[in-house]
Design a binder for this molecule. Structure first.
Ligand code: C2E
Ligand code: CA
Ligand code: CA
Length: 713
């Protein structure tokens, strides 16, 4: 075999001597040069198979020589740069100049011949490739993945850089350990050992981190044994994929608005916390926090402001959590459960009452006004508390209980806290009793209707009434619908009950019509559950017909929540009713999320301003603004606007000033039986009277009032 020729370009005579001795002993034919100039002329005369080139040469440096070789007619001759530097910069410059590989000084003379042999063999292989092999190689080179072939000794014999590998030079001839991170080399060794042992149990893939261009990147290596005993390792840069995965995981467990953990993460973490608390025989408090009237802020000031507010609240809660509670010794986790609901889990408490101190601290930390753009907002929380393990040992159950307690806190006037406790168990027991009693009540005819008048604010005449359901319980007395309607809705009893109300109201309406031309219109409340039944419209039309009622005297009151559901279907049902002359009012308006856009589509005839806004009317500017806005909106949409819950003359005056059409409330009359309503209608109502109080038998008119007004008896 002809010996291969190596050209050695180095100005250091000692190095030249050692290199020459080593290489010649290994069977190479060696030529030497001491400068770039000499080297380049030797390159063309000696025609080496490989060049060993020192970087630091007198005059022009080794990079220049390398570039000159690459520009020559024998560009594919491997050039190994000999360098004292192993800094990234000089290696990069070397590769850019076209170097095939590097050896560092001091050179490991024993391995140098092997490295050179590998490189030459790879070159030979490449030169002797068949057409199809060449095609495969071209293909591998074009792939983004980088691939190497490793022989049994752990040397890299082939290397396809791939398009995505950050342009590293050829690794041919290097040991796996020096080309890749130790963990990958180890994984490869294990895999090869398992192949060798003929029980391929080793993992076929391995993920590892590596530094490229000073940045940490992630790679996935796949191992594929080849028939000739070598191993193909295909590596792919998975950094972006990992980042995307991390982003997705983040989104699945964190709330994007506030960056707080979400429900899923919180529940998982809470379960872990409980294990520790249990082991330490301690207790934990779960606080369910809901911002009072947040929805109103959102609806009136817009979602952007609402979002800002939630972020500030989240920040304050996180800060408080980091602080560790009032005495800094508790571990507190915070999460956002969506909307304006936040949940905190505190562990490390000494006693149950500690939760009260945390709740107070929470209210304090939210009390400071929040700047949102041009608005200064004050939010207050209602907080429900459940205690582990007293109330439950299960996180889901505990959450339900804390949530129930939160509603109790709201019932008690908001901006406060309530514990889940006995009272609530009693309440839910009461609920059960209601359910069984209600079925019997239907048969025993314990339900009846009360009627509350609606006053026309321009004429002072009662033109309509609202039918309100009452349950005269044989033992408990009269039960108001707030207690039993929700139960009826849950149990489905609302459907027959609702139909009964409608029939009863229509029958009454018919009786009034027979009595004279001044019969009022009658409004009937309809539950979402009722309205959503496919036969709802048919049922209404049938009842109207059977009771002989003029459809144009009937009004149906539907809450805003209905509008959020199936809009298309809702609109078509409403149209059918409207086509028959039945009026439709949106009840409790302002408490839902309905947008102006929705309202425009809906064939409704009236809006009823929720009484919570009317209540604020003579007390806060806020209340005033909301009523004024709803009235203006109704006028724009050409809808009648009715204010509910009017209790004071000031509220009434205010509503009249703002142009509200009708008013309903205790000031005018409480809901009364039909017979009493007739008296009331005949009595009329003095719109301008000072302290004009409720009329009618429910709160009888005192004879003194008009007398005082006229100044004499
Ligand atoms: P709603 O439709 O908002 O009815 C008005 C409620 O406000 C009535 O309570 C009425 O008594 C009360 N109210 C009227 N004026 C005043 C006032 O000046 N001040 C205060 N504080 N309250 C006033 P009620 O009769 O207890 O009914 C409660 C709710 O139960 C109703 O709210 C309605 O949503 C539902 N409801 C009543 N009857 C029926 C019915 O037949 N079917 C259905 N589905 N729901 C009904
Ligand atoms: Ca109503
Ligand atoms: Ca209402």
């Amino acid at each position: 075999m002809v010996s291969r020729r190596i050209l050695l370009i180095d100005d250091d005579p000692t190095f030249r001597l050692l290199a020459q001795a080593t290489l010649e002993r290994a069977g190479f034919e060696v030529a030497m040069a001491g400068s770039v100039q000499e080297g380049l002329s030797a390159f063309s005369s000696f025609r080496p198979d490989l060049v060993l080139l020192d970087v630091e040469l007198p005059g022009e440096d080794g990079y220049a020589a390398c570039r000159a070789i690459r520009a020559s007619g024998h560009a594919d001759v491997p050039v190994i740069l000999v360098t004292a530097h192993d800094d990234v910069q000089s290696i990069e410059t070397g590769y850019e100049a076209g170097a095939t590989d590097f050896v560092h000084k001091p050179v490991l003379w024993a391995t140098l011949p092997y490295r050179i042999n590998f490189m030459l063999r790879a070159l030979d292989d490449r030169r002797s490739l068949s057409h199809s092999e060449r095609k495969i190689r071209t293909l591998l080179e074009a792939l983004p993945d980088s691939s190497v072939l490793v022989d049994r000794q752990g040397y890299i014999t082939e290397h396809f850089t791939g398009t995505d590998s950050g342009a590293r030079g050829s690794l041919v001839g290097s040991r796996l350990e020096s080309a890749y991170p130790a963990a990958l080399a180890e994984a490869v060794r294990n895999f090869m050992a398992s192949i060798e042992a003929k029980e391929p149990t080793g993992r076929r893939t391995h993920e590892y981190a590596d530094v490229r261009d000073g940045k940490k990147r992630w790679f996935e290596a796949r191992f594929r044994p080849q028939p000739d005993g070598t191993l193909l390792i295909v590596t792919r840069d998975t950094t972006e994929r990992r980042k995307a995965k991390a982003r997705i995981e983040y989104m699945a467990f964190y709330d994007s608005l506030t960056r707080l953990p979400n429900r899923a993460l919180f529940v998982r973490e809470a379960a872990k916390s409980f294990e520790q608390v249990k082991a330490a025989d301690g207790l934990a408090a779960l606080l369910y926090l809901d911002l009072d009237r947040f929805k109103r802020i959102n609806d009136n000031l817009g979602h952007a402001i609402g979002d800002d507010l939630l972020r500030v609240v989240a920040d304050r809660l996180s800060r408080l959590a980091r602080k560790g509670g009032p005495n800094g010794s508790w571990t507190i986790k915070v999460a956002r459960f969506g909307g304006d609901e936040f949940v905190l889990l505190a562990t490390g408490l000494m006693e149950e009452a500690d939760a009260t101190r945390l709740a107070d601290e929470l209210r304090l930390c939210l009390a400071e006004p929040i700047d949102c753009g041009s608005h200064q907002l004050v939010v207050t929380p209602s907080i429900g508390i459940a205690i582990y393990p007293r109330d439950s040992a299960e996180i889901d159950d505990l959450l339900v209980k804390a949530d129930m307690a939160m509603y109790l806190a709201k019932d008690r006037g908001r901006n406060g806290h309530a514990y889940f406790g006995q009272s609530m168990a009693v309440r839910s027991l009461g609920r059960l009793a209601i359910e069984t009693d209600m079925r019997a009540a239907f048969e025993r005819a314990e339900f009846r209707l009360a009627f509350q008048p609606k006053l026309d604010l321009t004429t002072g005449v009662v033109t309509g009434v609202e039918a309100l359901l009452r349950w005269d319980h044989p033992e408990k007395g009269t039960i108001t619908p707030d207690r039993f309607i929700p139960v009826a809705e849950e149990t489905g009893l609302i459907v027959p009950l609702g139909e009964w109300v409608l029939r009863e109201a229509c029958a009454q309406l018919h009786r009034w019509t027979l009595k004279g031309p001044r019969a009022p219109t009658v409004a009937v409340n309809v539950s979402v559950q009722q309205f959503e039944r496919p036969d709802f419209v048919d049922m209404v039309l049938r009842v109207l017909k059977e009771t002989g009622t003029d459809p144009s005297r009937l009004e149906l009151e539907i809450t805003e929540s209905l509008l959020m559901r199936n809009v298309g279907e809702t609109v078509s049902r409403m149209r059918r009713l409207r086509a028959q002359g039945v009026a439709i009012a949106i009840d409790d308006f302002g408490t839902g999320y309905s947008s102006l856009g929705y309202l425009r589509q809906l064939p409704v005839s009236a809006l009823k301003i929720d009484r919570s806004f009317v209540k604020d009317l003579d007390r806060t500017d806020d209340g005033n603004a909301i009523c004024a806005a709803i009235i203006a909106l109704a006028r724009e949409l050409k809808l009648t606007v009715i204010a509910e819950g009017v209790e004071t003359a000031e509220q009434l005056a205010c509503l009249r000033r703002q142009g509200c059409n009708e008013a309903q409330g205790y000031l005018i009359s409480r809901p009364v039986p039909a017979a009493e309503l007739e008296l009331l209608m005949n009595a009329g109502f003095d719109l301008n009277g000072p302290g004009s109080g409720a009329r009618g038998p429910a709160e009888p008119v005192t004879a003194a009032a008009p007398a005082r007004r006229h100044g004499h008896s």
